[in-house]
Write a new protein. Structure first.
Length: 231
């Protein structure tokens, strides 16, 4: 059976995971399951789902921190699942960037319907909103289309390379430390050494710079990190 999209469910309740999976499978979605926030973030990067269902109370990394990390990297719609229905928690959720907030227990039919509505709203926004583009001379970064061109020619980047370039370009003129880049580009379990960042900076320079040894776009701030020059 053909699927119409991918749903990522992050919850430590195994029974709930199974029931949610069954409900969305019937609605023709492919469902990816994660039992904690760290695993959920890894699946988010790997699967690029159409929507995330996120529990609040979880081991290792709770829903609030997981949501904050998701919003650093993605505009994917997020529906928060929680047993708390107080106004303070609801306001906190929407302020943090959720698209919907559903309290337990809930109807699975309603959950699917609200998930479909959130995905539809996101799709409509993408269709009607002009593509966000970051331009530096002949280099054009189309954020929404995940496309980079230089002098009109496409530059083939991996998802990680694109994300690293995007983070640097969105903070043009600002020095980002190795730690900030690890936090923003790689998941929580990424190796805590600067080799990760240096390696991908090297990849990017060899794809973007006319002379990688004397870069014009991605500049090194010795002992600190990197910055993007938009001049």
């Amino acid at each position: 059976m053909d699927t119409i999209g991918t749903i990522l469910v992050i919850d430590d309740d195994k029974t709930l995971l199974r029931l949610v999976q069954e409900a969305f499978n019937k609605a023709r979605f492919h469902v990816v399951l994660a039992s904690n926030g760290i695993d959920g973030l890894q699946e988010l990067y790997a699967r690029q789902p159409d929507l995330v269902l996120l529990d609040v109370m979880m081991p290792r990394m709770d829903g609030w921190e997981t949501l904050a990390r998701i919003r650093q990297l993605s505009k994917v719609p997020v529906i928060m699942l929680t047993a708390k229905d107080g106004e303070v928690d609801t306001l906190r959720a929407f302020t943090a960037g959720v698209d919907d907030y559903i309290t337990k227990p809930f109807s699975f039919a309603e959950l699917v319907a609200r998930a479909l509505a959130a995905i539809r709203r996101t799709h409509e926004n993408h269709v009607t909103t002009r593509s966000r583009r970051l331009v530096s001379g002949p280099l054009v970064i189309d954020v929404d289309a995940h496309r980079v061109t230089k002098e009109g020619q496409p530059v083939e980047l991996t998802p990680t390379e694109f994300r690293l370039l995007q983070i640097l370009a969105e903070n043009a003129g600002r020095v980002l430390t190795h730690e900030q880049l690890l936090e923003s580009v790689w998941n929580y379990d990424a190796a805590q050494d600067t080799g990760y960042v240096k390696r991908y900076i090297w990849y990017l320079r060899h794809k973007l710079e006319q002379d990688p040894a004397n870069p014009q776009y991605i500049l090194t701030e010795r002992g600190i990190g990197y910055s993007f020059s938009s001049s």
